[in-house]
Design a protein around this ligand. Structure first.
Ligand code: HEM
Length: 436
């Protein structure tokens, strides 16, 4: 473990290098367990090949539960600006597409959150329920007919995209168009979506400088397509409001609050990425986990309605679909025993906080009855706590009930094809069969 205490070049803890994220899950978990033992947050280099950027940018890795919670609940000192969802500062030409409220502090953040929160009230979520059930039934009808196939395309990815598009008022014939763009945005470090070979990415740790223009162009194009789509709808709904989210966002509410067109666009992209990829991965990982843990599956199916609530919290803890978000230090301070200075970058590793042995008994055990379960899979406590957490819980509850009631023997077979990413714990393909 030489070099562990050095400020750079952490060797096996090279969290900023894609080679680390290509390693088997057990090895990554073991590395995080060692990092947690090391005490104060460590500095890790991050390869940054954006033009004009310092080549080896660095961040402090927050790997302990207490440090992640502390950074989340203190936004004045640990800011979400200039960005929370990118290790590198966002170049100005990407900002119009991706600079959404997740990358803002108050008062800008709270103004937008107040407007968009209208879509997530318990009353509106209850209204969605009938729709969720109808859609889940249709998806499982198809799975019953097919009997086998790919869990991601045939099951997991269908419901979240339908729900978000429906909320926004995007017509059904455009679901695939939207999904393809979302995959490209979230897969910006994966060979399939960058066109760069896996060998290159794993050897060099990131796309090279020569790839930056084509990779950025693909990202930009995906963002532009989505913004155009939502802008067209926004203009239409300003003239003819309907009962959908876009109409609510572009037309003033009783307090006169509304979003300007740029914020509607970036919010839509945030919603797609935040709400689509996460929930889809939870669904895929769940079928895999319940295949690997037949005792937990039996326990769940014995009393589905009684156990699904805590089960979802345990799945989100165990899987941690969003690996990390960033904060930036605004003034000299101390966190977890480490002195920090204005401008230092922090990465909040939710995956590691969720396996912190000082908070969770036997953290590597998958236990759907775990209680208490103070996981940070939906983010730490604070102003950016996941806005869609309750929606995600409802989607997962309805989808799994439909799936396991009608196909109690459904299980994954073989190995998943994982997304190469240090941001999303994603599965791209996962074979399944419906009978034992
Ligand atoms: C299991 C599924 C999900 C997981 C694991 C998840 C995870 C997260 C995390 C970790 C954050 C915190 C970001 C931070 O502190 O900087 C977050 C924020 C957010 N999530 Fe989720 N999410 C999920 C589902 C959803 C869904 C279904 C939606 C909406 C349809 C959604 C919308 C959002 C939004 C809008 C934010 C930003 C909130 C803000 O900045 O105020 N998420 N999510």
């Amino acid at each position: 473990m030489s070099g562990v205490s050095a400020p750079t070049g952490l060797g096996e803890f090279d969290l900023g290098h894609l080679n680390f994220w290509a390693r088997p899950e057990s090895e990554r978990e073991a590395a995080f367990a060692q990092l947690r033992q090391l005490g104060e947050p460590r500095f890790v280099p991050f390869i940054n090949n954006l033009p004009l950027a310092k080549k080896n940018d660095g961040v402090y890795a927050l790997v302990r539960h207490a440090d992640v919670v502390e950074a989340s609940r203190n936004p004045k000192l640990f800011s979400s600006e200039p960005t929370a969802n990118s290790v590198a500062d966002m170049p100005p030409w990407l900002a119009p597409f991706f600079d959404s409220m997740i990358n803002m502090d108050d008062p800008r953040h709270s103004r937008i959150r107040k407007v968009v929160a209208r879509a997530f009230t318990p009353r509106l979520l209850a209204k969605l329920e009938v729709d969720l059930q109808r859609r889940a039934t249709r998806i499982v009808d198809d799975v019953v007919t097919a009997g086998r196939g790919d869990l991601v395309t045939q099951v997991a990815q269908r419901l979240p995209i339908q729900v978000i598009c429906d909320m926004m008022g995007i017509p059904e014939h455009q679901y695939d168009y939207v999904l393809e763009r979302t995959n490209r945005i979230i897969g910006y470090s994966d060979p399939e979506y960058t066109g760069i070979s896996r060998e290159y990415l794993v050897r060099h740790g990131a796309p090279g400088r020569r790839h930056i223009i084509p990779v950025s162009a693909r990202l930009l194009r995906a963002g532009l397509d989505l913004i155009r789509l939502v802008r067209r709808l926004g203009e239409e709904r300003t003239r003819h409001p309907q009962d959908d989210l876009i109409s609510a966002l572009v037309n003033a509410n009783a307090d006169g609050e509304r979003l300007d067109p740029r914020d509607v666009g970036t919010f839509f992209i945030l919603l797609l990425v935040a709400g689509n990829e996460t929930t889809r991965n939870v669904l895929t990982h769940t079928v895999k986990l319940l295949t690997e843990h037949p005792d937990q599956r039996a326990l769940l199916l014995e009393d589905y309605d009684g156990r699904i609530g805590p089960a979802i919290e345990e799945i989100v803890r165990y899987v941690t679909p969003v690996i990390q978000f960033r904060r930036t230090v605004t003034g000299d301070c101390e966190l977890g025993g480490r002195e920090l200075h204005r401008g230092d970058k922090l990465l909040l590793f939710y995956n590691s906080a969720n396996r912190d042995e000082t908070v969770f008994d036997d953290p590597d055990r998958f236990d759907i009855t775990r209680s208490p379960n103070p996981h940070v899979g939906f983010g730490g406590p604070g102003p950016h706590f996941c806005l869609g957490a309750n929606l995600a819980r409802r989607e997962i509850t309805v989808m799994l009930r439909e799936l396991y009631t009608r196909l109690p023997e459904i299980r994954t077979v073989g190995e998943p094809e994982r997304l190469l990413s240090f941001f999303i714990n994603g599965i791209k393909r996962m074979p399944f069969v419906t009978t034992g």
